[in-house]
Design a protein around this ligand. Sequence first.
Ligand SMILES: CC(C)(COP(=O)(O)OP(=O)(O)OC[C@H]1O[C@@H](n2cnc3c(N)ncnc32)[C@H](O)[C@@H]1OP(=O)(O)O)[C@@H](O)C(=O)NCCC(=O)NCCS
Length: 190
Amino acid sequence: MEMPVEIVDRAPASLIVAETAADIAAREALLDRAMGPKRKKKSSEKLRRGRRPSEGLAFVARDASGAVTGTVRLWDVVLGEGGPTALLLGPLAVDPALKSAGIGSALMRHAVAEAVRLGHAAILLVGDAPYYGRFGFSATKTGSLAMPGPYERHRLLALELVGGALSGAQGTLKAAGRKLKAPAALTVAA
Ligand SMILES: CC(C)(COP(=O)(O)OP(=O)(O)OC[C@H]1O[C@@H](n2cnc3c(N)ncnc32)[C@H](O)[C@@H]1OP(=O)(O)O)[C@@H](O)C(=O)NCCC(=O)NCCS
C-alpha cells in the first residue's frame, strides 16, 4: 500500500491517497463538475470503458474532512498491434473551487512516481502541453501514435519512464486493462 503524500503548495491539509470503492460516487460528481457532461465522448474514454484502471494507479485528493477534491487514474494500453504496453493517464480533475492550489500537480507527481515504482515504461495522455509540460510530457515521441477516435494530434503527449520506451512505437492505442466484471444477469446467462 502506498504512503499518502502531503500536498505542500496552497492546500496543506490535502492528501493524495489510493482511491477506494467508497470514493466512486464523489469522483464521478467531481468529474461532472470539473469537465461537464461531454467528458464521456472523449476518445480516451474508448480506452477506459469497461476496464479497470491499472493495478494500484487510481488516486484521489482528500481535504481535511475526507472529501474528494481531485482525481486521477491511469489505464493499461498497448501501443499499436502487438506493440509495447504503456499507461494512459486521465481524466485528471480538481474541484473547480480549489483550482491552482497545487492539487493537480500533486496528483500528477504522485501518479508518475507510482507508475515508476510499479515498473511501467511510459505514460501517454491527451491534454494541454503548457500544463503537462511541467511534468515532462511532450508530443515529441507521439508522432507515429494515434488515439482510436477524434482527438487533436498536438495534444497527444507522452513521458518516457524508461529511456527509449517509445522509440519505434507506432499505431493506434488499444485498451489492454483488466475488464470490469460483467453484470450478474449476463454472468448467469453465460
Ligand atoms: C487542469 C487541472 C487538473 C489543474 O489542476 P490544479 O490543481 O488547478 O493545478 P495546479 O494548482 O497544480 O497548477 C495550477 C497552474 O496550472 C495552470 N494551468 C491550469 N490548467 C492549465 C492549462 N489547461 N494549460 C496551461 N496551464 C494550466 C494554472 O494557470 C496554474 O498556473 P500557475 O501555477 O502559474 O499559477 C484543473 O484545473 C481541472 O480540473 N481542470 C478541469 C478539467 C481538465 O481540464 N482536466 C485536464 C484534462 S486534459
